[in-house]
Design a protein around this ligand. Sequence first.
Ligand code: 2HG
Ligand code: ZN
Length: 477
Amino acid sequence: MTCVPDATFLALLARRLGPKGFTADPRALAPWLTDWRGRVAGQASALLSPATTDEVADIVRLAAEARVAIVPQGGNTSMVAGAVPPAEGGALLLSLRRMNAIRSVSADDNVAVVEAGVILATLHEAAEQVGRRFPLSLAAKGSATIGGLISTNAGGTQVLRFGAMRALVLGVEAVLPSGDRFDGLSALRKDNRGYDLRQLLVGAEGTLGIVTAASLRLVPAVGRRAVAWIGLDRPADALRLLRQLEEATGEAIETFELLPRVALDLVLAHVPGTRAPLAGSHPWYVLLEATAPAALPDPADSLSGVLAGAIESGAINDTAIAASEAQADALWRLRETVPEAERADGPAVKHDISVPVSATPDFLATAISAVERQFAGTRVFAFGHLGDGNIHFNVRPPEGADRPDWIARHGAAVSCLVHDLVGRQGGSISAEHGIGQIRLAEFARTADPTRLALLRAIKGALDPHGIMNPGKLIPAE
Ligand code: 2HG
Ligand code: ZN
């Protein structure tokens, strides 16, 4: 059980952090108390914005002694309300937005050392300046912070080639729930001193400590890219095409995203300045990107050969390959704005599942028909990272229904059905968004007891008083 901080304790924090680092003004707190999708709201006693790792350590130590909860928050774009403080109040919101230094970028080591408050787009620019790049991107790149991306083990649209955040974090600096500092920034490529402590903090959703800085892997800059939009009939055809492309282009394919027709229709309806890239309409679409360093042949050459062959054999219906950077950006925009268009359309029962890649087409066919049969009038809106077996399996309530009310009455049963089908394929109910608060009940229902026992044992060992981001990730016993 955590405690509500009293006025003396808050005054102590205010003195330690100064006016730039402390506010208890309800107007300043308000924007940070709700998740961006507006589903979950909480309360906090104060917003703390320390400027250094020492300040973070200082306030975490004080909070640990007083048994006051701390909720770390990055860009607050969690899809599972992982950064919203508990509704009962009393917690301290911790933002590292003032810790936004890029400490170093080394092209020789292929490593950037950055503080947790650095925005992803800023890191992209810093890497570019030394002829490198940081190969993780997602639609929220203009607001997502490195600390949040690490704590959620974020995925995005290039996981196919470079892996999720976990694969890109070479070292972390963190403040543990005791207030002790863990200095694990050294980005050694080989280091065999037992358990991988840095990986414990990746994807921990702030429940094991505060990541204050990280060493991140960089890769060569993109010399050329080829971006294509493809219309086809079935996800199975898309997957076959991906494997063919991999054979033809080596490791060039970075992005392979699947969208149903309804996703494109909603984007065209809700996002200004977008237009359909192909003449006709197709049941499914793929957005793909292939890249190569400047010295290698243009990936568009091998790509267009494979795509022309696929059209000839009937494996795909049509394709448009971007002829300029502006066209490539326009194709990307059709993919990146799908969540925005879906949100404008109205609430849905959302899922973020993964199954083995080869099982994805079967899963989609079975789950879409099971849901639409069992919940009459619903329409599944399934899109996402086909190359990773990660599908955002979102279910829209029946036409004409009061959507929030329908979701309140049927949402849990829909999720139960979807997640049970995922379980039958040996999949996961959280592929890239984490557990947060939104997936807690389903995690508790579906997880293997050994997994839950291990999570609880690790949490208990590092955070015995349960002050770090309570109510997230670990289901209550
Ligand atoms: C994406 O892939 C994000 O665009 C959001 O992970 C998914 O809104 C969603 O369901
Ligand atoms: Zn996604």
